[in-house]
Ligand binder design. Structure first.
Ligand SMILES: C[S@@+](CC[C@H](N)C(=O)[O-])C[C@H]1O[C@@H](n2cnc3c(N)ncnc32)[C@H](O)[C@@H]1O
Length: 192
């Protein structure tokens, strides 16, 4: 697998996806029941925007760096902008938080986050990023689809946002849904 998300971290697609993820999680944590989030394609969790890969593509410059400089950005991006600032306390945007950090930082004490990442190099970075979460987040170096299908999740109570297949536009992972929402599982997946 050649794909490294570090080339694309903080690009426009990440902003749309992560803007939505922050809003969804912020809504789900207002519900009284504990939340379970399964991120089948977690990535590295934290991306160095000054690193070779990010600089080579330049995608963050047209994405998150532009968003952070835009005081008239839509309100929907406010939680994401706050999370980016939280990862860059001195206000200079050097790193971009991926879905594991964005989600884990929003969870309550009884909630749980599990992120699956197949690449050993990105898994190492992810493990370090998760170590600073407040103990309710963990990373596994495993196939996210197997994790989603093999474990006995409370499926009747889960929501999974599957990865879409490029060619057919059809879902390539099972979608679970429920109106009961006692516990919820979300896969943030690949952009397609
Ligand atoms: C688009 S990136 C992840 C982005 C991340 N979800 C985010 O929003 O910040 C997809 C990641 O999934 C990993 N990956 C690909 N297939 C996988 C699989 N079957 N199980 C777990 N990880 C996988 C890739 O190595 C890559 O790091």
């Amino acid at each position: 697998m050649n794909y490294r998300h570090a080339f694309h971290a903080g690009n426009f697609a990440d902003l749309v996806k992560h803007g939505a993820v922050t809003l969804i999680i912020d809504r789900l944590v207002t519900l009284p029941e504990p939340l379970l989030v399964v991120d089948t394609h977690a990535g590295a969790g934290l991306y160095d925007l000054g690193g070779e890969m990010a600089l080579k593509s330049g995608e963050a410059e047209a994405g998150v760096l532009r968003l952070m400089a835009d005081n008239a950005a839509p309100d929907a991006f406010r939680p994401l902008k706050a999370a980016v600032l939280n990862a860059n306390r001195d206000g200079v945007i050097r790193v971009y938080p991926g879905s594991p950090v964005l989600i884990a930082d929003r969870l309550r004490r009884d909630d749980e986050y599990i992120g699956a990442e197949l690449r050993p190099d990105d898994f190492d970075i992810l493990g370090k990023a998760m170590a600073s979460s407040r103990g309710h987040a963990r990373a596994v170096n495993n196939d996210g689809f197997s994790l989603l299908t093999l474990r006995a999740w409370p499926r009747e109570d889960a929501i999974a946002l599957p990865r879409m297949s490029k060619s057919s536009g059809r879902s390539s992972a099972p979608m679970y849904s429920s109106s009961r929402r006692r516990r919820s599982a979300i896969s943030t997946g690949e952009p397609g």
